[in-house]
Design a protein around this ligand. Structure first.
Ligand code: ADP
Length: 497
C-alpha cells in the first residue's frame, strides 16, 4: 500500500508549547565539604570558614575559608618568592606555554566548570556554558599569544613586569573575571594573589586544580577566599605592586583612597548605568532581542547592562508592546535547566537591593510591568521587570540596580538622546540601534562610554578593550590595552623623557 493511502492516525495537537524541563546533571562536578586557601601550590588550612550556598534553593555547598590578614601575607609572600625565583625572568614563550595549557584544560573541563558556575552563582547554564566558559578560555588563548611579543606590542619601550598583582573580583562572572585578571598578569610576567567574591568562590577554587594540571610553578597564582575584610587586607599589603579591582563604585573609591600616595598601580572597573538607544529606523525585532539581552542576560547582574532604554518617541508604543510580549516568553527558573533564560538572583543581599530600588520606582510614579511567571519558593528570585513613565531624576534611572530591571525613557532628536544618555555619573557602555551608519558614528563620538555597541549589545571579545569613564573606573582590560596595567616601561630613560 502506498504511504499516502495508509489510514491517517489522529494526532493530538498540543495546546501550548511549554518546554519540558531539561536539567543538566550536577554529578559531573565534585564539590569538597571544605576548602582552604591555595597558597604556594599548597592548600592552606583556614582558621575561620563560612558557608557558600546555591542561590537557586539556598542549599549549602561547602565551607570556605575567610582569609585573615596573616593568610593574605602568606599568599603575597608566596607570590613574591615565585616572582623572584624565576617566573619574571622566564622567556615569554615559556610563560605562553602555561597559558595555552590553562586555556586548553578549561576547554576540556568546560562542562564541569559551567555546572559549578551556575550552581554557585545562579546564572543559567546556557550562559555559563556558551558565554562564560568559552570566553574565559579565549582570554587565556589570547594573552598566551602576547606573552612572547611584548617588545613588539610596545616597541622601544622596554616593557617589564610590575611584580605581585593583587586582584579582587565580583560575583557576576566569577571565572570570566578571574580569566580577565589572571591571563594578562601572567602573560606580562607578574605573579598573582586573587580573591574571588564571597558568594561565588567555587569556580576559582576548582581553577586551582587546573593550575596544578597545567604544572604552573608554585606560587605564581595564589587564591584566597573571604569577604571585603580579606579584600581590604590585600589592598593594604605592603608587598603588592598593583591592585586590579572589579566591583562596586563605592568600594572602588575606598580602594583608590587607600592607595593614594603609595605608588602602587591601580585599575578599577566599577559600576554602570548604560543607555541603550533605539532610533525610529532601527530593525525593531532585532532591537527587542538586543534590549532583552542587554538587561536580562545574567539576571541583569552585569556592570555594562543596558539598564536605561531610550526610545525615539515615534516608535515608543510599538516597541514597548513588542518588548512586553517578548518578556512573556522568557523562562525564569532553575539555573541548571538548559531552557532557562533568567536564573536566580545571586544573593539575599542583592535581592533586597533590587526590591528596594523597584519599590522606589513605584513610589516615585513609574509604571511597572512584569510578565506572568511563577517564581520558585525557595532561593532568591526576581521577575523580569520593565518600568515605563520614568523620569530621568528617578532613582531607577540614576542608580545601578544590578538586577533584571529596565527603565524606559524617550527622546526626539539625536542631540537629546546624547544629552540624556550622558546624564549619569557612570560611563561604562552604551548601545545604538539605527540603520544609518553615519548616525552610529555621530553618536559613538559623543557618548561618554568606554564601549559603544551598534545594533548589538553585551558583545565581548578578548581582543577588544573594555573599561570605563567617570565613576565607572579607569584602566582597560582586554586587547593590547589590557597588557599595559601589568607592565612598567623604561622608555623615558631611553628617550631622555
Ligand atoms: P557588590 O556590592 O556588587 O557585592 P563589592 O564591591 O562589594 O560589590 O564586591 C566586589 C569585590 O570586592 C568582592 O570580592 C568583595 O569581597 C570585595 N570587597 C568588598 N569590600 C572591600 C574592601 N573594603 N576592600 C577590598 N575589597 C573589598
Amino acid at each position: 500500500m502506498a504511504e499516502l493511502d495508509k489510514p491517517q492516525r489522529e494526532v493530538e495537537v498540543p495546546g501550548d508549547w511549554t518546554y519540558a524541563s531539561a536539567p543538566e546533571s550536577r554529578d559531573i562536578v565534585e564539590i569538597a565539604d571544605r576548602y582552604g586557601h591555595f597558597v604556594g601550590g599548597e592548600w592552606l588550612e583556614p582558621t575561620e570558614t563560612y558557608e557558600t550556598i546555591a542561590p537557586r534553593d539556598e542549599e549549602p555547598l561547602a565551607a570556605v575559608g575567610q582569609a585573615t590578614a596573616a593568610d593574605v601575607g602568606r599568599a603575597v609572600a608566596a607570590a613574591r618568592t615565585a616572582y623572584a625565583d624565576g617566573w619574571s625572568s622566564l622567556p615569554g614563550s615559556e610563560r605562553a606555554k602555561y597559558l595555552f595549557r590553562i586555556a586548553r584544560i578549561l576547554q576540556e573541563r568546560s562542562r564541569e566548570f559551567a555546572v559549578l558556575e551556575s550552581l554557585n552563582g545562579g546564572k543559567p547554564i546556557k550562559e555559563s556554558r556558551d558565554v562564560d566558559l568559552p570566553l574565559a578560555a579565549a582570554h587565556f588563548f589570547y594573552y598566551a599569544g602576547w606573552a612572547d611579543k611584548l617588545e613588539y606590542a610596545f616597541p622601544n619601550r622596554r616593557p617589564r613586569p610590575v611584580g605581585v598583582a593583587g586582584q579582587i573580583i565580583p560575583w557576576n562572572f566569577p571565572l570570566l573575571m578571574l580569566a580577565w585578571k589572571v591571563a594578562p598578569a601572567l602573560a606580562c610576567g607578574n605573579t598573582v594573589v586573587l580573591k574571588p567574591a564571597e558568594t561565588t568562590p567555587l569556580t576559582a577554587l576548582l581553577f586551582c586544580d587546573v593550575l596544578r594540571q597545567a604544572e604552573l610553578p608554585d606560587g605564581v597564582v595564589n587564591i584566597i577566599t573571604g569577604d571585603g575584610r580579606t579584600g581590604a587586607a590585600l589592598v593594604e599589603s605592603e608587598d603588592v605592586d598593583k591592585i586590579a579591582f572589579t566591583g562596586s563604585t563605592e568600594v572602588g573609591k575606598e580602594i583608590q583612597r587607600r592607595l593614594a600616595g603609595t605608588g602602587k598601580k591601580l585599575t578599577l572597573e566599577l559600576g554602570g548605568k548604560a543607555a541603550n538607544i533605539v532610533f525610529d529606523d532601527a530593525a525593531l525585532d532585532q532591537a527587542v532581542e538586543g534590549i532583552v539581552n542587554g538587561i536580562y542576560f545574567n539576571q541583569g547582574h552585569v556592570c555594562c547592562a543596558g539598564s536605561r532604554l531610550f526610545v525615539q518617541e515615534s516608535i515608543y508604543e510599538p516597541l514597548v508592546a513588542k518588548l512586553e510580549r517578548r518578556l512573556t516568553t522568557l523562562r525564569v527558573g532553575d539555573p541548571l535547566d538548559k531552557n532557562t533564560d533568567v536564573g536566580a538572583i545571586n544573593s539575599a543581599a542583592q535581592l533586597e537591593r533590587i526590591r528596594e530600588l523597584v519599590a522606589s520606582g513605584e513610589e516615585e510614579g513609574a509604571e511597572i510591568y512584569q510578565p506572568p511567571c511563577v517564581l520558585p519558593e525557595k532561593g532568591y528570585w526576581f521577575a523580569p521587570t520593565v518600568f515605563t513613565n520614568v523620569a530621568q531624576s528617578y532613582r531607577i534611572a540614576q542608580e545601578e540596580i544590578f538586577g533584571p530591571v529596565l527603565s524606559v525613557l524617550t527622546f526626539r532628536t539625536p542631540e537629546e538622546a546624547v544629552e540624556k544618555a550622558n546624564n549619569t555619573p557612570y560611563g561604562l557602555s552604551a548601545g545604538v540601534w539605527t540603520e544609518k551608519g553615519s548616525r552610529i558614528l555621530w553618536m559613538a563620538h559623543r557618548l561618554r562610554a568606554g564601549v559603544v555597541w551598534a545594533n548589538t549589545f553585551n558583545r565581548f571579545d578578548p581582543s577588544s578593550p573594555f573599561g570605563g569613564y567617570k565613576e565607572s573606573g579607569f584602566g582597560r582590560e582586554g586587547g593590547l590595552h589590557g597588557l599595559e596595567p601589568y607592565l612598567t616601561f623604561e622608555d623615558s630613560e631611553t628617550f631622555g623623557g
